[in-house]
Design a protein around this ligand. Structure first.
Ligand SMILES: Cc1cc2nc3c(=O)[nH]c(=O)nc-3n(C[C@H](O)[C@H](O)[C@H](O)COP(=O)(O)OP(=O)(O)OC[C@H]3O[C@@H](n4cnc5c(N)ncnc54)[C@H](O)[C@@H]3O)c2cc1C
Length: 478
């Protein structure tokens, strides 16, 4: 197979680059080892679209985050991605924290985040009545926002695909061949692809990809972040993102609403000696509770409906890098996309496209680029009349499969049948939220398995939870 550009990784970053490149007359192929688009880190994070107020000033990361944040209003509307500018507050509970506020505000200023405001303790308590009443004052960062991280990546990928980008899933890159100081071929478990450009957006594994072309002058360590998700009905809620005063290692443990109305509490920051341990631990969960209680004393962890963890690709030496090489034409290496990669992905797309142009790629815009994408209908968001009309159009919108999240069979079929559609239980869950609610799929799980089996023409025993071999059904008991 021959293509102009291979992008390794179908996470937020790879898919944002793919969408940006799909504006041009280029043949682009995205390769991912997973069964679904969506990445690894990109599907297990805090889902915050940052402003970059606390980034290290003058770095590429701060530049990209600051550039990305304002892009989301238009992007979310064009690509039908749930997104809300709910704002964040940074309350100082101790005198020591209070004294740090001017330094944080000044850093925000250096990062060109000019709209950060001081608030008194009283003002903050009015904004967030569940805040620790000892709050001395704090900062308000109005453009910190929340998004559906799954739909963001799906939307970028689907739109890229509609504009001609090819996606090869269940396909692991095992080697890259070079010739005369330029990339030549990408060797994968699905065959060899000849390409002029190879973009390494493999995040946690980007050091292993870089080693294939002799450019691994860094290592990536997984920094795990564990979270609680609380029920939508938990009595102690917050309306904004409530952030602690950050430390050098982490932005700290926060509490915020998710775009779908649950409460998110976490994450931890633990460096691991492997890249696969996505377990949650009692120590980690206890530390979340201890820390977040200082901000929101009434947080009720007994209302947790699930816990999860994600792995940040922590580069050693630290820092976000986008590297091109004089002695290796066509190779673009991204590394250190760590804690703000969801946010900056869309700016990274533009940055990489520009870098390609600067280094000699012919970037001719397509005459017909489709900018808009319509997502799966979100039945529960419609008013009564719209719901009636949807059911008239397609009676399967009248059949509720997931009771907790009010997800209909019509939505599940759409998410399976559309391009880059769901092929596993988790892929359905991420697209339409069947199984995301209070019962975590206890009720709708078997029904979703049946629908997947029927639609994919396989047996229920062959339906996977996620990657190949993660079967849900072992066989008949009676
Ligand atoms: C706990 C936590 C909280 C976070 N909170 C936020 C937040 O609130 N806001 C924010 O902006 N960012 C946040 N982040 C960071 C953000 O999630 C990541 O920076 C971002 O998702 C990285 O995207 P990516 O596409 O680079 O990586 P990924 O999503 O990890 O995608 C990389 C892809 O590369 C593929 N791949 C790897 N090796 C190979 C190979 N050999 N062959 C084929 N494919 C391969 C993988 O399968 C994967 O799909 C958080 C991260 C964590 C873990």
């Amino acid at each position: 197979m021959k293509t102009d550009v291979v992008i390794i990784g179908a996470g937020a970053v790879g898919c944002a680059i793919a969408r940006e490149l799909s504006r041009y007359k280029l043949d682009v192929t995205v390769v991912d080892k997973n069964e679904d688009i969506g990445g690894d880190a990109s599907k297990s994070n805090s889902a915050i679209i940052h402003t970059g107020y606390d980034a290290s000033p003058g770095t590429l990361e701060s530049q990209l985050v600051a550039a990305a944040n304002p892009m989301y209003d238009k992007l979310a509307e064009e690509l039908d991605v749930p997104f809300k500018r709910i704002g964040a507050i940074l309350p100082a509970i101790t005198q020591e924290q209070f004294e740090k506020l001017p330094e944080i505000k000044h850093k925000a200023f250096l990062n060109r985040v000019y709209d950060v405001e001081y608030k008194t303790g009283e003002e903050l308590l009015k904004m967030e009545p569940n805040l620790n009443p000892e709050v001395k004052g704090g900062l308000y960062i109005p453009r910190e926002s929340i998004i559906d991280p799954f739909i963001l990546v799906q939307a970028l990928a689907e739109n890229a695909n509609e504009n001609g980008v090819n996606f090869l899933l269940n396909t692991k890159v095992t080697d890259i061949r070079t010739e005369n100081g330029a990339v030549k071929e990408v060797v994968t478990t699905g065959g060899t692809i000849t390409a002029d450009y190879v973009i390494n957006a493999a995040a946690l594994y980007c050091d292993e990809i870089a080693a294939m072309v002799g450019k691994a002058d860094y290592k990536v360590v997984a920094r795990r972040g564990q979270f609680y998700i609380l029920d939508k009905n938990t009595d102690c809620q917050v309306k904004q993102i409530v952030l602690p005063i950050p430390t050098k290692v982490t932005k700290g443990k926060l509490m915020c609403p998710t775009i779908h109305g649950n409460m998110l509490v976490g994450p931890t920051a633990e460096d691991l000696d492997n890249k696969t341990d996505k377990s949650v631990t009692s120590d980690g969960l206890v530390s979340i509770l201890e820390d977040v209680k200082r901000l929101i004393p009434g947080v009720n962890i007994r209302d947790s409906i699930t816990q999860y963890s994600g792995l940040r690709p922590n580069r050693n030496p630290e820092g976000l890098h986008v590297d091109v090489y004089d002695d290796l034409k066509g190779y673009i290496n991204l590394s250190g996309v760590r804690s703000t990669g969801l946010t900056l992905s869309v700016a990274m797309g533009v940055y990489v496209a520009d870098l390609m142009r600067e280094t000699g790629a012919v970037m001719e815009p397509k005459e017909h680029f489709t900018e808009r994408r319509k997502g799966v209908l979100r039945f529960h968001e419609l008013d009564r009349e719209e719901q009636d009309e949807a059911v008239k159009r397609n009676p399967l919108y009248g059949k509720i499969v997931c009771r907790c999240e009010t997800v209909t069979e019509g939505e599940i079929l759409d998410c399976i049948r559309r391009p880059l559609g769901a092929r596993s239980m988790d892929a359905v869950k991420r697209r339409v939220r069947a199984g995301m609610g209070r019962c975590q799929g206890g009720f709708c799980g078997p029904k979703v398995i049946e629908i997947l089996a029927r639609e994919l023409g396989i047996t229920v025993e062959e339906v996977n939870k996620n990657n190949e071999g993660s079967y849900m059904v072992a066989g008949k008991t009676r």
